[in-house]
Design a protein around this ligand. Structure first.
Ligand SMILES: C[S@@+](CC[C@H](N)C(=O)[O-])C[C@H]1O[C@@H](n2cnc3c(N)ncnc32)[C@H](O)[C@@H]1O
Length: 395
């Protein structure tokens, strides 16, 4: 893949030693290529055995957050104090990572409420995508349910690492979409678990405004009608509704993702989407299929649903030959405020993982061993974003 300008190799990715994802238990640069020169295919042991797989490439992603400001150091210190309080005094409880609701009796969570008087209103939106609206644009100053935020809350949404990470993963997506569009002239995108779809819609609007990819289109899929409604309003604000199709549906069916198979492409290129993206979703899925599935406020059902492995396989099937599958996962090794997210905010269902574990899931999903895997690591260390290029010629 030709690299967009801000995407660089990971070799000089400076992370604190104790959180270095390249140490034991993380990704070893000895086993995995860090430069694009090693494209020879290497035998890699995975959850499904030994396969000949193209080694993945790592890219450091420089991101200067537009909202982080002089309050960050003070807020970071306060967050370290909240982390030290653990969860009901015992942070090890979080290791189950099965929490599905926010426990407001937790002392650290109550302390957070004292710092931010209107935070309880935001808690009510979590984990739905409507909670992300204020993160994408803290200057709005009010939640999508109309609650006006106090000044300190706005400062926190500007400066906490999670918010910065959500914005930097969106910035990676933007770069990748712009690059694909510039290469192909126009792109058909499927956005799975799109939520209010700010990252993909803002980028499509940018492309269409600049006349760079006039025939591009996006199919937005989510179960949450309110989030999809916000997406439609955003598309309308940008004047791009004619480029947007919305689908209300469950993307965790075991049999595949039930949307149109993507536009017909030029003769011989096959059918599928140029880009399928599912940012902000993999961290809610265990690897294996689930007997039932709950996403608070959106769906709670007792039917068998796909885990991360089957979901990735189904999403990959929607990509045209030569196209890209893009997704992210919260990191458990470089995220400096992970315990704040899990123990204080208690964002439900979250399954942070190492890049190494994610690569095992990708391999188990049966992704073509000849597929190119690029991993983008924003310098905040909160998420990694994965881009898998489906080979043009299928084996
Ligand atoms: C954290 S949001 C991410 C939104 C968006 N991709 C972004 O990065 O801004 C996760 C989204 O997944 C959606 N979701 C959860 N389970 C789903 C399912 N089984 N099928 C479809 N959407 C689902 C939720 O409604 C929510 O909008």
């Amino acid at each position: 893949m030709v690299k967009p300008t801000t995407l660089m190799a990971l070799e000089d990715y400076a992370v604190p030693a104790e959180r270095d994802l390249r140490r034991e238990g993380g990704v070893s640069p000895g086993k995995h290529a860090t430069s694009s020169s090693r494209r020879d295919g290497t035998a890699v042991r995975t959850a499904v055995g030994v396969v000949d797989r193209c080694p993945e490439r790592y890219h450091r992603f420089e991101h200067t957050d537009r909202w982080a400001d002089s309050h960050k150091a003070r807020i970071d210190t306060r967050i370290r104090q909240l982390i030290a309080m653990g969860y009901h005094g015992d942070a090890s409880k979080d290791l189950t990572r099965t929490r599905s609701v926010i426990d407001m009796t937790n002392p650290a969570t109550q302390e957070l409420g004292k710092a931010m008087p209107t935070i309880a209103a935001w808690f009510k939106l979590i984990p739905r995508a409507v909670a992300l609206d204020i993160i994408y644009d803290p200057e709005k100053g009010r939640l999508c349910n109309g609650v006006v935020l106090d000044e300190e809350s706005i400062r926190w949404f500007k400066n906490i690492d999670d918010a910065i990470g959500i914005r930097s993963r969106a910035a990676v997506l933007r770069e990748l979409l712009l690059h694909e569009a510039d290469k192909s002239g126009c792109i058909a995108v499927a956005s799975l678990a799109c939520g209010a779809a700010q990252p993909v819609l803002e980028t499509m609007a940018e492309l269409l405004r600049d006349g760079r990819a006039a025939d591009s289109s996006v199919t937005l899929v989510d179960l949450d009608r309110e989030s999809l409604g916000m997406a439609v309003r955003l598309a309308d604000q940008h004047g791009i509704t004619d480029r947007v199709t919305t689908v209300t549906g469950n993307i965790l069916s075991l049999n595949g993702i039930d949307i149109a198979p993507g536009p017909h492409l030029e003769s011989g290129a096959g059918v599928g989407y140029d880009v399928v993206e599912a940012l902000g979703f993999l961290e809610y899925l265990p690897p294996e299929n689930q007997e039932s599935y709950t996403y608070n406020g959106v769906v709670d059902e007792k039917r068998s649903r796909a885990g991360a492995v089957v979901f990735l396989k189904n999403a990959y099937d929607l990509v045209k030959p030569g196209g890209l599958l893009i997704f992210g996962n919260m990191l458990d090794e470089t995220h400096k405020q992970l315990e704040f997210t899990l123990n204080t905010v208690q964002w439900p269902h979250i399954q942070p993982r190492s890049i190494k574990k994610m690569l095992q899931i990708i391999a188990a999903a049966g992704v073509d061993p000849a597929a190119e895997v690029d991993i983008y690591c924003p310098t905040d260390g909160v998420y990694a974003v994965y881009a898998i290029r489906k080979p043009c010629v299928q084996k």
